[in-house]
Design a protein around this ligand. Structure first.
Ligand code: C2E
Ligand code: CA
Ligand code: CA
Length: 542
């Protein structure tokens, strides 16, 4: 290619040179013509006629003609000189521009290559580059009998942060996470962003299998100190999964898939991290097919409701129940909501699921009422369901068709629902509360909203999150949060439910603090309808 360009360049320069030379030749010819005319004229003027002798004499004696005689040489020299100069200048100009163009092309090629293999947000390698490096690492590992490991890490509750604080802040958080992770990896490792809140770290050579543990500990440590966004302090945890070559596979796809399975298992079982084992396989293909199956499951009534009692502290009577959905999957057995609610949210099925839950909870309430059991029923409403403008009308319709007073129904909503779109949420909540439906703030204390939200909410109940209740005897700060929440809620005229009550000591402590309603394994786990009826009868008999 260089050679071709050189040839073209020489050709162009020669072309230019010949064009200049042409004008120099014209100059020479004009000069010769001028000499002839001038000499002949001088001869005629001196001798009165034109003769060879006269011409020779004119040339010898007339000094003006000598100057004229020099003109062709001057033109010839000037032509040569100028054409060489032009050609030289043009040549260097063309060479400079070609060089610049070549550099620009190379930079552009490099940029295109970089963009195709890197993530735009964090500038970390992307999945394509990871696969490429993994491929190399695996073939080296095979050749030199190395052990290679792949770690996949997914942030917990990132969606919630994104929903609450907005995508701009979600992106900022991801960038900060990327920077911290970069501090953990060695030069020979590859840190990449697989997409969303998922990162991967390729360790091409590890000395022994315990080495993974060390890296994982480093990752956890790197994420340990809180992130600051919009003046909020956020604790970020990640679920981490790892797979090893040759133990768990020898090709790129298997290693990637198994690290993903391990990560998903770690997330499901809240382990923090997990290294792949074959037992975890139940988590993987399931996840993909489940998305398709859920829609059908709702129609086929594969969902079931379990009910967990809420016991009033003052009367020791069951004041109500919380409906908790499960999926009775034909193959996988009874699946817990954590396994499919996030899925439903992602596939846009949550609205349908929420309607199913509302309808069947009210069906059950009617059935209990018919048997003389007056129980309030509480249903969990996810953020996207709450922000559905049709929700109040759907509920009005359902309550009317079930002929139930509105006060029978409590909607448990989380703080996230409100923070996501405070104006719309408040509008929907006010409409619901005006109808007489009770609003309960679920998982209180875990969200990012401030206590000042509580004041404005048309809520009648606050549920203290089980994480505070379960640890309140051992953890002084949890105890302080429980007490403060109870006092504040009472001041605002709301009743307080403590969830996650697992033993008598906690019951006693919550009673002392003035909590109104208790819910937890100490009384009963969530139970299927028949088991609940049995439990309820034995409770009444107490
Ligand atoms: P949640 O609303 O905080 O529900 C309470 C969860 O804590 C339930 O888990 C319950 O089984 C568990 N729990 C109750 N007492 C105790 C206790 O004493 N100790 C411990 N360790 N746990 C206790 P479950 O049924 O797995 O539900 C998990 C979450 O799934 C719920 O959290 C709720 O956010 C969501 N969910 C459940 N059903 C529905 C539903 O119908 N719609 C929506 N949108 N979300 C639902
Ligand atoms: Ca709840
Ligand atoms: Ca809760």
């Amino acid at each position: 290619m260089d050679n071709m360009m050189g040839q073209t360049l020489t050709k162009n320069v020669n072309l230019m040179k010949s064009s200049v030379t042409k004008y120099a030749v014209y100059g020479v010819l004009i000069a010769i013509f001028a000499i002839i005319v001038a000499t002949v004229t001088t001869c005629y003027l001196d001798t009165g006629r034109i003769s060879l002798d006269g011409i020779m004499e004119a040339q010898k004696s007339n000094m003006t003609l000598w100057v004229l005689d020099a003109m062709p040489f001057i033109f010839a020299f000037w032509g040569q000189y100028v054409s060489s100069m032009i050609a030289y200048k043009a040549g260097t100009m063309v060479i400079d521009q070609t060089k610049e163009l070549r550099q620009q092309t190379a930079a552009l090629e490099h940029q295109v290559m970089h963009d195709a293999t890197h993530d735009a947000l964090t500038d970390l390698p992307n999945r394509i580059l990871l696969k490429d490096r993994l491929e190399q690492a695996l073939s080296n590992a095979h050749r030199h009998k190395h052990v290679t490991a792949l770690i996949i890490l997914d942030l917990d509750r990132f969606k919630e942060i994104n929903d609450t604080l907005g995508h701009y802040n979600g992106d900022r958080l991801l960038k900060q996470v990327a920077v911290r992770l970069e501090g953990v990896v060695r030069e020979s490792d590859t840190l990449c962003r697989l997409g969303g809140d998922e990162f991967a770290i390729l360790l091409p050579i590890i000395s022994d299998r315990k080495g993974i543990q060390t890296v994982i500990e480093k990752i956890q440590k790197a994420l340990e100190s809180p992130f600051i966004l919009e003046g909020l302090t956020l604790d970020i945890q990640a679920s981490i999964g790892a797979s090893i070559c040759p133990d768990h596979g020898k090709d790129v796809d298997t290693i990637l898939q198994r690290a993903d399975v391990a990560m998903y298992a770690a997330k499901q079982d809240k382990l923090g991290f997990a290294v792949y084992t074959t037992k975890m396989d139940k988590y993987s293909p399931k996840r993909l097919t489940l998305m398709g199956e859920l829609r059908q499951a709702i129609v086929n009534n594969e969902l079931v409701l379990h009910f967990q009692p809420k016991v009033s502290v003052a009367s020791n009577k069951v004041s109500g129940v919380e409906a908790l959905v499960r999926w009775n999957h034909p193959e996988h057995g009874l699946m817990m909501p954590d396994e499919f609610i996030p899925l439903a949210e992602r596939t846009g099925l949550l609205r349908q699921l929420s309607r199913w839950v509302l309808k069947h909870t009210l069906d059950q309430a009617v059935s209990w009422h018919e048997n003389g059991i007056e129980l309030e029923v509480a249903v969990n409403i996810s953020p996207s369901t709450l922000l559905d403008p049709e929700l109040p009308d759907t509920i009005t319709g359902l309550l009317a068709s079930h002929k139930l007073p509105c006060g029978t129904l409590t909607l448990e909503i989380t703080e996230t629902s409100i923070v996501r779109d405070p104006e719309l949420a408040m509008e929907v909540l006010i409409r619901l509360a005006d109808m007489g439906i009770k609003i309960s703030i679920d998982d209180f204390g875990t969200g990012y909203s401030s206590l000042s939200y509580l004041k404005k909410m048309p809520a009648s109940e606050v549920k203290i999150d089980k994480s505070f209740v379960m640890d309140m005897l051992e953890n002084e700060s949890d105890a302080v949060i429980v007490k403060a929440t109870i006092d504040l809620s009472h001041n605002l005229g709301m009743r307080v439910v403590a969830e996650g009550v697992e033993n008598q000591e906690i019951v006693d402590r919550l009673k002392e603090l003035g909590c109104d309603i208790l819910q937890g394994y100490h009384y009963s786990k969530p139970l299927a309808v028949n088991d609940f009826s049995e439990w309820f009868l034995s409770w009444k008999a107490d």
